[in-house]
Design a binder for this molecule. Structure first.
Ligand code: ADP
Ligand code: MG
Length: 696
C-alpha cells in the first residue's frame, strides 16, 4: 500500500488527539497533508529597520530592550520598548509570566516577529513571537518564506508544519508515490511543473520565490495546482450530473392530446412568443421526453419573458397529471407569478394556489391539504414551499425563479420532497443574472443551460446617465416634468449597511423629503419590512397609477412590472454590483416609450467605481455587464456565492484563474473517455471524502 494513504497518526509526533484535530480539517491520511496548502506566507527572510515599519506590516525586527514595565492602565500588561538605533517600538503582552519579565532585562538583544499596529505610544507589536539572542549579531533570518496553514482549535502551526515536512520527505524519497494525472502534453504546453514539484514549491518556497508571485498567482506551481483543483471540482459536478441521469423521471407524454392543450395555451396568450422563447420551450420539451429528470437553467435578461416559458413547462406536467411547484425568492415576486399563472391557466382545468410564510391558520391548512390530496395543480410560493409541513401528492416539476438567490440546500430540499421511489421531479431554474459562460460551466456544470437572448419586440433601450448627487435639484425638476406628462417614476434607495432596518429608515426619510420637495406629486414608499398586504396594496396603487413616484429599497429588484414607469433614479449606485443594478434598471423600459435611468452617485468616486458605472451607462446587455462585473469585482459578486457559499477552493480563485476555465472543461471532458481511472483519485485529493458537494 502507498504510504501516502496511511493515517496521519503514523507520522512522528502525531498522537491520537492531534490526529483527531487534523481530522476536523479533513486531514485523515498523509496525502491530505500535501494538499492542505498554505493560506499565506510569512516573510522572515530579512530584518527590517524599525524606522521603516508601518502599521499593517508583518515583519521581523531586532533590537535591544531599553525600557520595561508593567502597566496598570486599562488592562494589565507588560510593556517592553526596544530600539535598533533607527527607531523604537513597544511590545505589549497581556499574558506574561514572571520569568518572561525577568528575561527581558534592559540591554537584552531580542528578535521579534508580529504585525505592527498603532498604539497609544506610537507603533507597537502585541504578543509578538520573540527570541532572546545570545549574541547581538546572531542570524535570525530564515532563507525561505514560512507557510501559514489553516488551523483548527488546539492545533499549532508548528505541528502542521512538521507533519507536512514529513509528508514532503516521503515524496522526495519516492517520486512514484504521488501520481500526476495531468497529461504530460498539457504540462509542456503551459510550462506547468510536475505535481510533486508544484506541491513542494508551495509548502516550502525556495529563495527565488517572492511573496508577491505567490499572491498574484503568476507562479507556475500555483497555476498548476489551481488548474488541478478546478479540474477536480469540474469532474465532481459532472459526476453529479451523471448520477441525475441515472434517476428516473416522471413521464410527460408529448402525444396529440398534449399538442391540443399546448396549442390552446399559446393561442390564448396576449402576445406572440419570441423565437428565443420558442427555442427554449422546445429544449424543455425535449428534456421532458427523456427517461431522466430535466435539470435545466434558463438564463435570460430582465424582461426577456422567462416566466411564460416556465408556465409552458408547467402545462406539460399538468397534462401528464403531475403537480408543479414554483418557488420565488420574495413574496412580491411570488405574488406576481401567482397572478400571471392564474391568468394564463384560467381556462385550464387546474387549481393554482399560493403559499408563503405569511399564510396562517385555516387558509394555510386548506392549501396544504389541497397539495397533499392533489387537488392543487400549481403551487406558487416562497421558501415556505419546502417546510416540513408541506407534502405533495404527485410533484412532477419544480420551477425555481432567480435561482442565485437560493442556497444549494434549499434547492435540494425541494427536490427531496418530490421524490417518489426512484423517480425524481424535473427541475427548471431561471435566472436573470447572466453568468459569464466560463463561470457557468464550472458553477452549473450539473445543469443544462438554455439562453433567451432576445427581448420581446417593441422594447426601447434604456438611456442611462451617471450624475453626482449635487445635481439633486435638477433631478427633482425632471421628476416634476415627467409626472406632468402623466408618467411614473421609481426612486431606489440602496443599502446603507447590511442592516435592513437602516435601509428602510433611509427610504422613509427620502420619501418624506421628496414629498416635501414635490408637492404636486403623489409619493409612496415600499420596503422590505412592510407587511406583505401593505406592500401589495402599494404595488397595486402604483400599477393603477394612483401613485406617481414610488420610493423603494432594492426589494423591487426582481419581478415588478409597471410599463408606465419609465424613469428610475438609483441613489448611491456605487454600493451595488453591476448585475444587481442592471436588474433594478430592468424595471423600466417595459413600455413603448423611451425610458431613463439616472445613477446618482455620491462623490468622490474611485476609479473602479467610475469605470463600473460607465459600463452600465454604455451597455444594456446583461451578458456584457456580467463579464465586466467579473473582471472588476470578482466572481463572488457575480454568482452570489457569498449568499449560497457553493464553492470553496483551497488555492484556485475564479477571478484570477478565469483564463484556465475553458481548458479545465476540455481536459475534464476528455477524462471521462481517456482516463476514467483518474477521476475518483483527483476528486478525493482535492475535495476530500466530503460528499456534500456531489449530493447537490
Ligand atoms: P423575466 O424574464 O424578467 O422574468 P417576465 O417573464 O416577467 O420577464 O416578462 C416580462 C414581461 O414581458 C411580462 O409582462 C410578460 O408578460 C411580457 N412578455 C413575455 N413574453 C413576451 C412576448 N413574447 N411578447 C411580448 N411580451 C412578452
Ligand atoms: Mg422574472
Amino acid at each position: 500500500m502507498n504510504i501516502l494513504n496511511y493515517p496521519v497518526s503514523s507520522l512522528k509526533g502525531i498522537g491520537l488527539q492531534t490526529a483527531n484535530r487534523l481530522q476536523k480539517l479533513g486531514l485523515c491520511v498523509i496525502q491530505d497533508l500535501l494538499f492542505h496548502l498554505p493560506l499565506r506566507y510569512e516573510d522572515r527572510t530579512r530584518v527590517y529597520p524599525i524606522s521603516a515599519l508601518r502599521a499593517g506590516m508583518t515583519t521581523l525586527i531586532t533590537g535591544k530592550v531599553e525600557f520595561i514595565d508593567v502597566s496598570d492602565r486599562g488592562r494589565k500588561s507588560l510593556i517592553c520598548r526596544i530600539s535598533d538605533g533607527t527607531g523604537f517600538i513597544n511590545l505589549k503582552f497581556f499574558h506574561f509570566s514572571a520569568s518572561q519579565h525577568n528575561a527581558l532585562k534592559l540591554g537584552t538583544a531580542i528578535s521579534c516577529f508580529a504585525e505592527v499596529r498603532f498604539g497609544y505610544g506610537g507603533l507597537e507589536m502585541v504578543h509578538p513571537e520573540y527570541k532572546v539572542l545570545t549574541h547581538p549579531d546572531e542570524c535570525v533570518t530564515e532563507n525561505r518564506l514560512t507557510p501559514v496553514y489553516p488551523l483548527t482549535e488546539g492545533l499549532s502551526q508548528n505541528v502542521i508544519r512538521k507533519a507536512v515536512k514529513q509528508a514532503l520527505a516521503f515524496c522526495e524519497q519516492d517520486s512514484g508515490l504521488l501520481t500526476d494525472w495531468v497529461p504530460e502534453t498539457l504540462l509542456k504546453q503551459y510550462a506547468f511543473p510536475v505535481l510533486a514539484d508544484a506541491i513542494s514549491t508551495l509548502h516550502a518556497p525556495d529563495e527565488s520565490i517572492s511573496a508577491i508571485a505567490l499572491q498574484n498567482g503568476s507562479l507556475p506551481a500555483l497555476k498548476r495546482l489551481a488548474f488541478e483543483e478546478l479540474l477536480a471540482h469540474y469532474l465532481s459536478l459532472r459526476i453529479t450530473r451523471n448520477k441525475t441521469k441515472a434517476w428516473q423521471a416522471p413521464l410527460f407524454l408529448s402525444g396529440s392530446t398534449t399538442k391540443i392543450v399546448t396549442d390552446h395555451f399559446i393561442r390564448s396568450l396576449p402576445f406572440k412568443l419570441t423565437n428565443a422563447q420558442q427555442r427554449v420551450i422546445s429544449e424543455i420539451e425535449a428534456d421532458c421526453g427523456l427517461q431522466h429528470p430535466m435539470m435545466r437553467l434558463v438564463q435570460g435578461d430582465v424582461g426577456s419573458g422567462k416566466t411564460v416559458v416556465s408556465a409552458y413547462a408547467a402545462l406539460l406536467a399538468l397534462t401528464a397529471g403531475y403537480q408543479v411547484a414554483v418557488m420565488a425568492p420574495t413574496e412580491l415576486l411570488a405574488e406576481q407569478h401567482y397572478r400571471n399563472f392564474r391568468g394564463w391557466f384560467e381556462n385550464f382545468d387546474t387549481q393554482v394556489m399560493y403559499l408563503t410564510g405569511q399564510l396562517k391558520g385555516n387558509p394555510r391548512k386548506a392549501v396544504l391539504q389541497a397539495l397533499e390530496e392533489g387537488t392543487a395543480g400549481i403551487i406558487i410560493g416562497t421558501h415556505a414551499l419546502f417546510q416540513d409541513s408541506v407534502n405533495f401528492n404527485r410533484l412532477g416539476l419544480i420551477i425555481i425563479d432567480e435561482q442565485h438567490r437560493f442556497g444549494v440546500h434549499q434547492r435540494l430540499a425541494l427536490r427531496e420532497k418530490g421524490q417518489q421511489g426512484s423517480i425524481r421531479p424535473h427541475q427548471l431554474v431561471m435566472t436573470a443574472t447572466p453568468i459569464p459562460r466560463t463561470l457557468a460551466m464550472l458553477q452549473y456544470s450539473d445543469l443544462d443551460i438554455s439562453i433567451i437572448d432576445e427581448l420581446p419586440p417593441g422594447r426601447k433601450a434604456i438611456v442611462t446617465s451617471v450624475i453626482p448627487a449635487e445635481r439633486r435639484a435638477d433631478v427633482i425638476d425632471r421628476i416634476n416634468g415627467w409626472v406632468e406628462k402623466k408618467k411614473q417614476v421609481y426612486w431606489v434607495c440602496t443599502l446603507i449597511e447590511e442592516s435592513e432596518v437602516l435601509q428602510c429608515e433611509a427610504a422613509e426619510n427620502t420619501a418624506e423629503r421628496l414629498t416635501q420637495a414635490l408637492p404636486k406629486v403623489r409619493v409612496a414608499l415600499i420596503h422590505g419590512r412592510m407587511k406583505s398586504a401593505d406592500k401589495d396594496a402599494v404595488m397595486q396603487a402604483f400599477k393603477s397609477h394612483q401613485i406617481d413616484l414610488l420610493v423603494a429599497t432594492t426589494v423591487i429588484e426582481v419581478g415588478v412590472d409597471v410599463p408606465n414607469a419609465g424613469l428610475m433614479i438609483i441613489e448611491n449606485p456605487e454600493r451595488l454590483g453591476l448585475s444587481q443594478l442592471h436588474q433594478l434598471r430592468g424595471r423600466v423600459g417595459r413600455g413603448n416609450d423611451d425610458s431613463f435611468c439616472l445613477l446618482m452617485y455620491q462623490a468622490p468616486l474611485s476609479d473602479t467605481a467610475r469605470h463600473r458605472l460607465g459600463v452600465l451607462r454604455d451597455s444594456n446587455d446583461g451578458f456584457v455587464i456580467a463579464e465586466k462585473d467579473l473582471e472588476l469585482r470578482g466572481p463572488g459578486e457575480v454568482m452570489g456565492t457569498r449568499q449560497t457559499g457553493q464553492m470553496h477552493f483551497k488555492i484556485a480563485d475564479l477571478a484570477r484563474d478565469t483564463d484556465m476555465l475553458e481548458i479545465v472543461q476540455q481536459v475534464g471532458d476528455s477524462f471521462f473517455t481517456h482516463s476514467p481511472q483518474a477521476i475518483q483519485p483527483l476528486c478525493d485529493r482535492w475535495l476530500g471524502t466530503s460528499t456534500e458537494y456531489s449530493e447537490v
